[in-house]
Design a protein around this ligand. Structure first.
Ligand SMILES: [Zn+2]
Ligand SMILES: [Zn+2]
Length: 177
């Protein structure tokens, strides 16, 4: 859905969209969509701000990523509210100093006649994802020696004696005795 500022000049836009898996560009970000992603809210032109647009709303849905530690699928149910301000790209290009009101959310820019809701939702989704994508908080990851998944099969592998981190640990243990 395209949020057109021409429409916003007439009235506030209400949107309620459901993006089916595959509609958002998640694959190139290493993500897979599990459920439809629902987004609803409003887009309005703020008066006397030089075509500044405010988009408020919320989205929810489930995505899957590879666990950072064990590479198995890690699922995330995401549900977030957003309150965003966008200025015309021309403002940024003009080199004019842009004043950002205190307490105001981060300002982004839009080009041309408006914004694609899809892009707005995708950006919010990426922000809602945790920095580290883990299948579970205590994921043990893969063993660096045998390559096994340590969540499934605890292995008896020992870190190699020459491993720096290992000897650092040993030294620490000796000092603590
Ligand atoms: Zn994991
Ligand atoms: Zn192992």
């Amino acid at each position: 859905m395209f949020l057109n500022i021409k429409d916003m000049e007439v009235r506030k836009i209400h949107f309620a969209e459901s993006f089916e898996p595959g509609e958002l560009d998640l694959a190139e970000r290493g993500l897979r969509q599990i459920t439809a992603l629902d987004a609803e809210g409003t887009a309005e032109l703020l008066e006397n701000t030089g075509n500044q647009v405010r988009i408020q709303g919320q989205f929810r849905g489930e995505v899957e990523a590879d666990c950072d530690r064990c590479l198995q699928p890690a699922r995330f149910w995401l549900e977030e509210r957003f309150d965003l301000f966008y200025r015309p790209q021309a403002d940024a290009a003009s080199g004019e100093e842009i004043e950002i009101d205190e307490g105001e959310a981060e300002i982004a820019f839009y080009q041309g006649l408006g914004l694609e809701l899809k892009d707005v939702v995708l950006e919010q989704l990426m922000l809602a994802l945790p920095m580290q994508t883990l299948c579970r908080p205590d994921c043990r990851g893969t063993c660096p020696v045998c390559g096994g998944n340590r969540n499934e099969t605890p292995c008896e592998c020992q870190a190699r004696p020459g491993d720096d981190r290992w000897s650092a640990l040993k030294n620490l243990a000796i000092r603590n005795q």
